[in-house]
Ligand binder design. Structure first.
Ligand SMILES: Nc1ncnc2c1ncn2[C@@H]1O[C@H](COP(=O)(O)OP(=O)(O)OP(=O)(O)O)[C@@H](O)[C@H]1O
Length: 248
């Protein structure tokens, strides 16, 4: 089970409001994309759910557990894990050491080894390069490592912040193929921040659109497969024209 509920959630950084009374619900096994322009509040939403960002109002629940106010380690233990924007790989540590970081300090060695072997079978390249410094991996391999590390806590729900960032389209294809395979094998629930709604439409799932710290629309990702559809969803029909004018 991994049903997530977010109710009237607000986040502010000092006086800067980043998230304004956002509510959403994600069903077990769903794949949900969050799209929206820079500064829309996408990372703040993921940060608040994972416990890394403090909330000023609202409630987050997963399978009946209240996540709000709990530290990130406790939230991870409840089955929620996060692949952060920019991957946050430790470049000087080996692939294996990076995976071990994902387990925290409390797991027994046998269980850690079993989980690591599972990651290596899902991502053979990580197994081949287990003793290499993570900084020597390509961008795509580092993204796989960040995903592998997030899997080390055996999550029910995995949140991925901009997996496409800085990767060539072909490599992004590979990353998404992996995410979908993992979802099918493990019954994972996925919440993914993805700037490109075109990509979300290709991968398939539900899309939530954010702007100015609020949810402004959404639906079947397939309906947001071209930039025009997305711009209209963000700004409305007349707004789309204004946006085009502003850019001209
Ligand atoms: N640590 C911080 N301190 C102050 N303001 C912040 C901080 N992090 C984000 N903000 C502000 O909060 C708002 C939402 O930012 P957030 O990073 O959540 O948006 P985003 O949709 O993820 O954008 P991006 O795609 O650029 O990452 C923006 O106005 C941003 O400038």
């Amino acid at each position: 089970m991994s049903k997530l509920g977010v109710f009237d959630l607000s986040v502010r950084y000092g006086k800067v409001p980043a998230l304004n009374e956002v509510s959403l619900s994600i069903e077990e096994g769903e794949r949900v994309f969050i799209a929206g322009p820079n500064g829309a509040g996408k990372s703040s939403l993921l940060g608040a759910i994972s416990g890394a960002v403090a909330t000023s109002q609202g409630r987050i629940e997963m399978d009946g557990d209240i996540l709000t106010g709990q530290p990130p380690e406790a939230i991870a233990r409840l089955g929620l894990s996060m692949v952060p924007e920019g991957r946050e790989i430790f470049g000087a540590l080996t692939v294996q050491e990076n995976l071990r970081v994902g387990t925290g300090l409390r797991r027994d060695r046998h269980a850690v080894q079993t989980d690591m072997d599972e990651i290596y079978s899902a991502f053979p390249i990580l197994g081949e390069r287990r003793h290499a410094p993570a900084g020597a991996l390509s961008g795509g391999q580092q993204q796989m490592l960040a995903i592998g590390r997030a899997l080390m806590t055996n999550p029910k729900l995995m949140m991925v912040d901009e997996p496409s960032l800085g990767l060539a389209p072909k490599v992004v294809d590979q990353v998404y193929d992996k995410l979908i395979a993992l979802q099918e094998e493990r019954g994972l629930t996925l919440l993914i921040v993805e700037q490109s709604s075109v990509r979300a439409a290709r991968v398939g799932g539900r899309l939530i659109l954010m702007r100015g710290g609020a949810i402004v629309g959404g639906g079947d990702a397939a309906d947001f497969g071209d930039q025009a559809a997305l711009t209209e969803a963000y700004f409305g029909k007349s707004g789309a024209a204004e946006d085009a004018e502003a850019k001209a």
